[in-house]
Design a binder for this molecule. Structure first.
Ligand code: ADP
Ligand code: MG
Length: 389
């Protein structure tokens, strides 16, 4: 095993567990810097597998697949939040793995995640862990109305039920199959924001600018980033909280911390993702270092330089819905019209099937001013049939 303090220079092979769009964009960034890439994902047409030098098609826990990955690679990272932490720990016996299995395990479990936030002293939504009927019976009524969320495997609003009464809460727990859950009080949101930090093996830390996010139906729809997108006190609080969450985990890698901004202006940490995040995609075109390049730098021990936002940026998510004219007529979105707009950067993930609510790609719009970025994004949204924002 290489010395964990050794820098892994271009020419080496970097591995990623998971073959989704985040892995694909990681592979693109690594390859641009002269690395070879290897993806472990059992899907023959996974977005990252399709563009990587090596594609190992096994389950995450397949001993042979993991050993093949370890032999090919100088370091490994992950792009899929629910990769079993055990797979990362197995790989860590023979090569540098970032983020560590222990960090990923916390991010995979809402209850552990909330406990970590509390340990770090960052504000969280009032909540209760529900794993037993006794815990259900003991729920305080002031947590209602609330959202019951499965502790594990939730994403894009899946595994969540909104409840107004104790009766609805009990029914929701049945609906979710009595699995371990967290009940969160429904908070009056003004908006949502997120911060992406990158922390190196030496503890050095850099961040992308704070992102202002709009969700629709529990899925990120729009991210806007520019100087002044949020009041400076909220920016300072979000950055400080994100750093303490990363430091508290002794985290190595790219970490996204998502926040709620409440109507009274206060900030609450929502959740973390132990990887690059959808809300950081604008950095590919709006910053001089993207979140995927940061991931490469973290895992190889290369220096972390503070990214600079050089353009006001708006990111629009492209969901599979755009590939349907109506319930049963397929269409190809008018990319030619989109690409006629100045500052539009199209990113498509090469997914074979378009499905409703499935993330198929995103559009980064960069401009000299926030007003211009927004105006162009609204034009693009109109062409594509995305509701204005
Ligand atoms: P996921 O893992 O699916 O992203 P989140 O916990 O981030 O789950 O919830 C998805 C979205 O639902 C959030 O971005 C927010 O818009 C809304 N939401 C979640 N929890 C709350 C809450 N406690 N109060 C108000 N809105 C919430
Ligand atoms: Mg979320």
């Amino acid at each position: 095993m290489s010395n964990p303090t050794d820098v892994i220079l271009p020419g080496a092979t970097l591995g990623v567990l998971g073959g989704g769009q985040l892995g694909r964009m990681f592979a693109h960034a690594a390859q641009a810097m002269g690395y070879f890439t290897a993806v472990l994902d059992k899907d023959a047409t996974s977005p990252a597998g399709l563009v990587s030098h090596h594609h190992i098609r096994t389950d995450y826990e397949d001993a042979q697949g993991l050993s093949e990955l370890a032999q090919l690679c100088a370091a490994v990272t992950t792009e899929f939040e629910n990769v079993p932490a055990a797979a990362l720990n197995t790989l860590a016996q023979s090569l540098p793995v970032s983020p560590a299995g222990a960090s990923v395990a916390i991010a995979q479990d809402r209850a552990a995640e909330k406990a970590h936030f509390v340990r770090c002293g960052v504000p969280v939504a009032p909540h209760a862990v529900i794993e037993t009927p006794a815990q259900l019976a003991a729920v305080a009524a002031d947590l209602l109305p609330g959202i019951l969320k499965t502790a594990r495997m939730g994403y894009d609003g899946k595994g969540q039920v909104r409840v107004k009464t104790l009766e609805e809460l009990a029914a929701a727990w049945v609906e979710l199959g009595h699995v371990a859950c967290v009940l969160e009080k429904m908070l009056p949101l003004a908006h949502e924001c997120s911060v992406i930090v990158a922390r190196g093996r030496d503890g050095s830390i850099v961040h992308l600018p704070v992102q202002r996010n709009l969700h629709r139906d529990g899925i990120l729809a729009v991210t806007e980033v520019y100087e002044g997108n949020l009041p400076s006190t909220q920016v300072a609080q979000a950055l400080a909280a994100a750093k303490s969450v990363a430091e508290g985990l002794n985290y190595v890698g790219v970490l996204c911390v998502e926040f709620f901004v409440l109507q009274d202006g206060s900030l609450v940490v929502n959740e973390i993702a132990p990887r690059p995040h959808n809300s950081g995609h604008y950095s590919q075109n709006g910053c001089d270092v993207s979140q995927f390049e940061l991931q490469v730098r973290c895992m190889t021990g290369l220096p972390l330089v503070q990214p600079r936002l050089h353009s006001a940026s708006t990111m629009l998510n492209l969901l599979g819905d755009l590939w349907f004219k109506d319930s049963d007529t397929a269409q190809t979105p008018a990319w030619d019209q989109i690409l006629a707009l100045p500052g539009c950067h199209l990113h498509l993930y090469g997914k074979v099937d378009a499905k409703r609510a499935r993330k198929m790609g995103h559009l980064n719009i960069t401009a000299a001013t926030p007003e211009q970025a927004r105006a162009t994004a609204l034009q693009a949204a109109e062409i594509l049939g995305i509701a204005p924002f």
